[in-house]
Design a binder for this molecule. Structure first.
Ligand code: ADE
Length: 241
């Protein structure tokens, strides 16, 4: 998959390209991450990308012209890509949406700064708005990186262990449920022992225990998620747990 990040701070892409699973995806050619800086498409001496808002008020607004040119360059390098603007006004990013975006051939992620971008650019150039939560950040770069991470780990071949994406919180067997607890050595830490079932070698018991833990955690911490699951119908096993 090819992703183009349009940002005034392209160096921030290193958080994805230089570390962990996403770095490996880049090294293995599964993810290509390009950046385009709107400042490179300015024509004045000060390389101006923002201006005061019509109607007054605090803050600055990103100008249409450099962004339009930056997006044209992004489209040229990533033909057919969906253009996503990161914004608190967007549709919330969920695991299901990440999976849909992972199935597209390419993405252009537009990260705004200041008070945002001129609305006319959104109307004419953007396919969809995505939010990563109900809080306001100083720019769209971190949300874009969150989206890139969530999407990349779903690309075929990115995760070493075939099942680990499917068993994470929010997907696969434990769809709409939070993850179960995990343990590794030592068996006892500060008088706390690993649950006996995990040492039993009984895979069916372990699977049931994990499902029960996931259901319990979700019920306690995120009961709203259980509604979606209930709407789809609980399995016989799950109703008994
Ligand atoms: N830009 C600023 N805050 C944001 C958020 N919560 N989600 C997406 N983009 C943003």
């Amino acid at each position: 998959m090819r992703i183009t990040l349009v940002s005034l701070f392209p160096e921030m892409a290193r958080a994805v390209t230089d570390f962990g699973v996403t770095r490996r995806a880049v090294e293995n050619g599964l993810l290509t991450l390009d950046t385009v800086n709107p400042r490179d498409f300015t024509e004045d001496r000060h390389r101006t990308v923002d201006d005061r808002p019509f109607g007054g008020g605090p803050g600055m607004v990103m100008k249409v012209a450099p962004l339009e040119k930056a997006l044209a360059a992004a489209r040229q390098g990533n033909p057919g890509a969906r253009v996503v603007y990161l914004s608190p006004q967007g549709r919330p990013l969920t695991q299901a949406r990440a999976a849909q975006l992972a199935a597209t051939p390419g993405l252009i992620l537009l990260a705004g700064r200041y008070e945002g971008v001129d609305e006319r650019l959104i109307e004419t150039e953007v396919d969809e708005l995505v939010s990563i939560g109900d809080y306001v950040l100083s720019g769209g770069e971190l949300p874009a990186l969150v989206l890139i991470d969530a999407v990349t780990r779903l690309l075929p071949g990115v995760l070493g262990h075939q099942d680990s994406a499917a068993q994470d919180s929010f997907s696969g067997e434990l769809e709409d449920l939070l993850d179960c607890p995990h343990y590794t050595r030592p068996e006892t830490y500060r008088d706390r022992s690993v649950p006996e079932v995990l040492l039993s070698g009984d895979h069916e018991r372990i699977r049931r225990w994990r499902l029960k833990q996931a259901l319990g955690r979700t019920w306690r911490c995120r009961p709203d998620l259980l509604e979606a699951r209930k709407a789809r119908g609980l399995s016989q096993e799950e109703s008994e747990l």
